[in-house]
Unconditional design. Structure first.
Length: 553
């Protein structure tokens, strides 16, 4: 059957199981949008306020579901507005396919109106990208894009479609979606050596990251740590894999991790690094990280092995497959002396102070968790509020905490929260943000109102750029350069202007009432929580340092 490129575009999306696409129209993609209009009963399109919001929404959709997120933008500035969202997905290994329109092939390379070489711009921040210069190639290129995005180490792929390609005719032949052909090659000798290290260890620790989430390996991880009694610590990308109250869950590691988790790594004789990459926010001083331990690195990407911290043993493949093969070889063990030592560190660990009169970060988060329930999805922006959320949310699900970990994208949260709410309409979605991050993409409130998305945004409003100011306090002699913007934004009036609902809170009673009311609404709600600008994220290990100089107050 002959079809236009735009009709083929829609058919392949549906063939690949795409139910929702996030985007913003423009001249170079009018043919694609015409096809989407004619097929609106088959595929849902969510129009965001800005293309960056569309990219973040596709990212949030992917993180919340494990499916490929899809976004669409026109040429030129539409395409470049996707770049930050693509880079965010790339750094955190999120499966996403970004489609851009471009000028007709006859106009490429001639500085045509709204022309950019988006494939070249995004080459360093995608797994792969394509420019489709023949309509006959469109279907197969799209299929390859989806396969690449979700095979092996996941990540974003870009497909650039010139306008004449979307209008041209060719034969369309349906096809089944490709299956993940990545195979984990298990080496029995390595498995035996790693199992022996685990069986002989007296002070083992598991340190795991987002690869456990991507591989859906939470159950295997839990079985391993329970069988061999191995305490576990996680990166921000893996918050929620282990439940908040699970006995062997030590909490988050790294710069803003607990004393206990960092001391455990520092004193371990075996560290199992699973689905993680020893980032500079975890291994702040790579040369001194886990120096007393044998290090076993399990990851899907060989390029991560030895990159930051040298491993004594490593295994490459799907985390789920490797753990499943390792489990039968691991003996049931108990480590009473090690657990006693960990309990002693926990007794000395940082505990935030409560207040009856002002809003404290941990008390805000405790109340949110109590009101929202265990099914809630939490989405953050980047800054102090992000770290407080990672530390204090009562995590219970591996896809219930969405945040920009690697790129640290301020403005990520609202778009991602909308994507998560579209993906999971029956779950509460709580967007936790700071006034600095929120100013970057609060325009997506119009999207939430238009589509009646009941995302609850809780603004940790300290009227400063809190994390940067905290660093200026600690390392720059309290020279607060450009971190007190003196803004007069009235968030309640702003959201009401968009058509949503707003509340302002200065104490816990007001917050409780606001959350109760917010849970009843069918559209977006903003809750402005007024806080002290001198609240700090603690503990904190200075960059390049070790747990020996951890800051606790």
């Amino acid at each position: 059957m002959k079809m236009t490129g735009s009709d083929i575009f829609v058919e392949v999306l549906i063939e690949q199981g795409v139910e929702t696409i996030f985007g913003y129209p423009g001249g170079a993609v009018l043919n694609l949008y015409d096809a989407l209009y004619k097929n609106q009963h088959r595929i849902n399109h969510v129009m965001t306020a800005h293309e960056q919001g569309a990219a973040h929404a596709a990212d949030g959709y992917a993180r919340a579901t494990g499916k490929v997120g899809v976004c669409l933008a026109t040429s030129g500035p539409g395409a470049t507005n996707l770049v930050t969202g693509i880079a965010t997905a790339y750094m955190d290994s999120i499966p996403m396919v970004a489609f851009t329109g471009n000028v007709a092939t006859s106009g490429l390379g001639k500085d045509s109106f709204q022309e950019v070489y988006i494939a070249g711009i995004t080459m360093p921040i995608t797994k792969h990208n394509f420019v489709v210069d023949r309509v006959e190639d469109l279907a197969d290129v799209m299929r390859q894009a989806f396969e690449i995005a979700q095979t092996g180490r996941k990540g974003p792929v870009l497909v650039d479609i010139p306008k004449d390609v979307s209008a041209a005719l060719c034969e369309y032949i349906p096809a089944e979606p490709a299956k993940d052909m990545f195979e984990t090659e298990l080496d029995e000798e390595t498995l035996d050596r790693v199992a022996e290290l685990i069986n002989q260890a007296e002070r083992p620790v598991v340190y795991f990251g987002g690869g456990v989430v991507a591989s859906e390996a939470g159950n295997e991880l839990r079985e391993l740590i329970n069988k061999a009694e191995i305490p576990a610590t996680y990166t921000i990308m893996a918050a929620g894999v282990l439940g908040y109250k699970e006995p062997l869950n030590l909490g988050m590691i790294g710069m803003h991790g607990l004393l206990t988790t960092n001391m455990a790594i520092d004193n371990a004789d075996l560290v199992l690094a699973i689905g993680t990459r020893f980032s500079d926010r975890v291994a702040l001083n790579p040369g001194k990280f886990a120096k007393k331990a044998k290090v076993v690195h399990i990851d899907i990407d060989m390029s991560e092995v030895h990159k930051n911290v040298r491993a004594d043993e490593y295994m490459i493949g799907q985390v789920k497959d490797i753990l499943a093969a390792l489990l039968p070889k691991v003996e049931a063990r108990r480590h009473p002396r090690w657990m006693e030592q960990i309990a002693a560190w926990q007794a000395e660990d940082y505990v935030p102070t409560d207040s009856d009169t002002t809003l404290k970060p941990h008390q805000i988060i405790d109340m949110i968790c109590d009101k929202a329930g265990e099914d809630a999805i939490y989405v953050t922006d980047v800054g102090q509020h992000q770290m407080w959320a990672a530390q204090f949310i009562h995590h219970v699900g591996s896809r219930n905490f969405l945040t920009s970990g690697g790129l640290g994208t301020m403005g990520y949260g609202y778009g991602a929260a909308l994507g998560a709410q579209v993906a999971c309409p029956d779950k509460p979605v709580i967007h936790i943000t700071g006034d600095g991050s929120f100013h970057m993409n609060m325009n997506e409130a119009c999207t939430a109102v238009s589509y009646e998305l009941p995302v609850i945004t809780v603004i940790f409003n300290n009227a400063v750029l809190g994390m940067v100011r905290q660093w200026q306090t600690a390392f720059y002699g309290k020279r607060y350069s450009s971190t007190d913007p003196h803004r007069k934004t009235d968030y309640v009036k702003v959201v009401e202007g968009f058509g949503g609902t707003g509340f302002r809170c200065t104490n816990l009673d007001e917050l409780s009432a606001a959350l109760d009311e917010a849970m009843k609404r069918t559209g977006p709600v903003w809750i402005d929580c007024v806080m002290d600008k001198d609240e700090k994220v603690l503990p904190m290990i200075p960059p390049g340092a070790t747990v020996d100089v951890i800051v606790m107050k």
